[in-house]
Design a protein around this ligand. Structure first.
Ligand code: NAP
Length: 248
């Protein structure tokens, strides 16, 4: 018996990077998984194919989580495909960095729409279906603790995710739904490749400050999420786990 046998999970932004690793980890632990994507259909289908090839159950569902109707349709697709909902992982996220002099309304709205409004909308839709033993895991960032220059907007979105998670942990506790946060340090993903961070001096500097002496990999984060999603973490709610190789 695996720790997520019989559970149904939605992972937002699971077409690549950390979300794809989370989807694979939850499926490996027995969950049926909805692999959400915004635009990377092929990536999401490859994650589904890997899960089904390993004997698991998964479907890919397109939805922009920053749009209320689409976030709701995503959750309804999970219930329709697998009959229930037990786990929501709010992983979808965008990151861009900007010195304060260059911050624009468009930059602010793009990051807050996906990273904050997307979490609220997916959670709102999921809260209607989650029952006792339900688990919500929100992916924040260790950046909220290190005050990185040029990250005022991105770090602001993740600080909001932390605050929202604490409120919802209390708000949903009477229904025995747990809400926790995983805050990764730097992780090698398609996103951090595209942002030019992988292989950069910035990455070298981060590794130099990381006690465990390397960059994070998506699977390093996924195993922590799988734990929080499961009943092994039944006494944890309102917690933040910083998964960063020890960097603070
Ligand atoms: P990534 O490789 O860029 O992947 C981002 C994922 O989010 C993709 O699946 C993307 O889908 C999805 N997405 C973007 N906008 C969306 C929207 N409007 N609706 C639904 N899905 C959307 O990112 P990552 O590096 O794996 O990061 C994943 C999460 O971890 C983010 O929340 C990020 O802030 C956080 N994080 C990352 C790091 C790091 O170093 N990588 C560190 C700390 C925290 P499409 O491909 O279909 O567009």
């Amino acid at each position: 018996m695996s720790k997520l046998d019989g559970k149904v999970a939605v992972v937002t932004g699971a077409s690549k990077g950390i979300g794809a690793a989370i989807a694979r980890a939850l499926a490996k632990d027995g969950a049926a998984v909805v692999v959400n994507y915004a635009s990377s259909k092929a990536g999401a289908e490859a994650v589904v194919a890997a899960i089904t090839a390993a004997g698991g159950r998964a479907v890919a569902v397109q939805a922009d989580v920053s749009k209320a109707a689409q976030a709701q349709a995503l959750i309804e697709a999970a219930v329709e495909a697998f009959g229930r909902l037990d786990v929501l992982v709010n992983n979808s996220g965008v990151y861009e960095f900007s010195a304060i002099e260059e911050v624009t309304e468009a930059h602010y709205r793009r990051l807050f729409d996906v990273n904050v409004l997307g979490v609220l909308l997916a959670t709102r839709a999921a809260a209607r279906h989650l029952g006792e033993g339900g688990s919500i895991v929100n992916i924040s960032s260790a950046i909220t603790h290190v005050n990185t220059p040029a990250a005022s907007v991105y770090s602001g979105t993740k600080g909001a995710v932390n605050a929202i998670s604490g409120v919802l942990a209390n708000e949903l506790a009477p229904r025995r739904i747990r809400v926790n946060v995983v805050s990764p340090g730097f992780v090698v993903t398609e996103g951090t490749h595209a942002a030019g961070i992988v292989g950069s001096e910035m990455e070298a500097g981060l590794v130099a400050q990381t006690p465990l002496g390397r960059s994070g990999q998506p699977d390093d984060i996924a195993s922590v999420v799988a734990f929080l999603a499961s009943d092994e973490a039944r006494w944890l709610t309102g917690e933040e786990i910083t998964a960063s190789g020890g960097i603070r």
